[in-house]
Design a protein. Structure first.
Length: 31
């Protein structure tokens, strides 16, 4: 979860940590 906040640009990393949270912060990265 912290990685998503530290690396919001890493959509791949965010997906592994929690796509749901990354999708809310960066919907563009998901897809």
């Amino acid at each position: 979860m912290r990685a998503v906040r530290l690396l919001p640009q890493n959509s791949a990393g965010a997906k592994k940590l929690g796509g749901s949270r990354a999708a809310r912060k960066r919907p563009i990265g998901v897809g």
